[in-house]
Design a protein around this ligand. Structure first.
Ligand code: PMP
Length: 409
């Protein structure tokens, strides 16, 4: 007899016995918003079903990777064709060269590309390449920016040593003076500056980079012979078809990509300019699964589909509708809601809500009404979302605002 599907509650209990903490990292039970499911059974287009069979409009999109929608038929078909030929081989399949060529054509700063699995692999490789290229040690990192979970960048220091984070100096995002001061402190040991596409730190309002800040960063790196690393892991391919700073006219020397590159298949990439090519060929970076061919075939199809569907414009249009609809509802309910960041990667925070009581009540009520939102982390739209999905999210948000008002009553 087929086993009955396990409920979320049962799975949590079982996981707690065999997985430390029941789950790791950002999905650790303690970090899960209260009342949220931990396990998911399936997904389709812009919708997701939890292990208990409840369906939601999915505004997390797997924390970014799903950019076209779950089960995009063209990407799935390309992945299946490659899987029939081979995935994990003794070395890369021909598709790797095709994908590298496609990235070099598409991304204006890129003269070459290398592939990995996770965003952390890509950011770590960028830092390693920059240090190898310059023969210097210091990396400037914005306070509070997330660049991955390796010991050099994890936000939770348990199990790491001070030396893991040696040779790093902090600056404040969008603060040119603090950037210059950090560069001065690095002196002639400055290897690189690493920066996210916009300020998308957890639990604070998101901030777009100012043109002055981006330009100052470019000039500083040029003046001091340091590499400018753009961490485009989270925003890449959602804001712009090339790099997220193309709109600002500022090009990095190295970019880290992952998340949306292959619509949910495990792939990351580093792209770089000719000046870094020799160093990139000298460092030793690799992994058992880094040349898997199926995610690369999926990436090729994803990039093509993003263009065919004019996906960035679609996500922006729906994101604007959602932002305006939420602002109108917030005004109607007289609730102070702050919306920040690009419309296709929204974050909602409530005024005077340091403890996230309002945010949690809002999101829990919206969840019950069929919209999967996040109270503290930015969300993600995808190309498969529709106007009627946004209507459903707004109806769910209406329930959310009522819950917030009940808290105040
Ligand atoms: N950089 C940024 C900006 C990210 O958002 C993330 C993941 N959230 C990473 C790096 C690390 O990526 P991964 O979790 O795939 O290692």
């Amino acid at each position: 007899m087929p086993r009955a599907p396990a409920s979320d509650a049962t799975l949590r209990e079982r996981a707690l016995r065999v997985v430390p903490g029941g789950m790791w990292g950002h999905l650790h039970a303690q970090r899960l918003p209260q009342g949220y499911p931990q396990f998911f059974a399936r997904a389709e287009a812009g919708h997701i079903w939890d292990a208990d069979g409840r369906e939601y409009v999915d505004l997390m999109c797997s924390w970014g990777p799903i950019v076209l929608g779950h089960h995009d038929p063209v990407v799935d078909a390309a992945a299946a064709r490659q899987a029939a030929l081979g995935d994990c081989l003794n070395g890369p399949a021909p598709v790797m060269v095709e994908l590298a060529e496609r990235l070099v054509d598409r991304i204006p700063h890129a003269d070459w590309a290398m592939f990995q699995k996770n965003g952390t692999d890509a950011t770590t490789a960028c830092v390693t390449i920059a240090r190898a290229a310059t023969g210097r040690r210091v990396i400037l990192v914005a306070q509070g920016s997330y660049h991955g979970a390796a010991p050099w960048c994890t936000p939770v220091p348990a199990g790491t040593t001070d030396t893991d984070r040696a040779h790093q100096l902090r600056f404040r995002y969008n603060d040119v003076a603090s950037l210059e001061a950090a560069a001065d402190a690095a002196g002639d040991d400055l290897a690189a500056v690493i920066v996210t596409a916009f300020r998308h730190d957890n639990v604070v309002d998101q901030e777009m980079p100012t043109p002055e800040f981006a330009l100052a960063m470019r000039r500083l790196c040029d003046r001091r012979g340091a590499a400018l690393i753009l961490d485009d892991v989270r925003a890449g391919f959602r804001l712009h078809r090339g790099g997220s700073w193309e709109g600002l006219g500022v090009r990095p020397d190295l970019s880290a990509w992952s998340k949306a590159i292959a619509n949910g298949h495990a792939l990351a990439a580093v792209t770089g300019s000719d000046a870094l090519r020799e160093a990139a060929s000298r460092v030793f970076v690799t992994g058992s699964f880094w040349c898997a061919a199926v995610p690369m075939a999926a990436a090729l199809a994803t990039l093509q589909r993003l263009d065919e569907l004019d996906a960035v414009a679609h996500m922006e249009r729906l994101g604007r509708r959602l932002r305006e609809g939420l602002a109108a509802l917030a005004a109607q309910h007289r609730v102070g809601l702050r919306q920040s960041g690009p419309v296709q990667m929204p974050l909602f925070l409530f005024d005077g809500d340091a403890e996230f009581r309002q945010g949690s009540a809002f999101c829990r009520a919206a969840l019950e009404a069929g919209a999967y939102l996040h109270p503290r982390h930015n969300m993600f739209l995808c190309a498969a979302h529709t106007d009627s999905d946004m209507d459903r999210v707004l109806d769910a948000a209406d329930a959310g605002f009522r819950a917030v008002r009940r808290l105040a009553a």
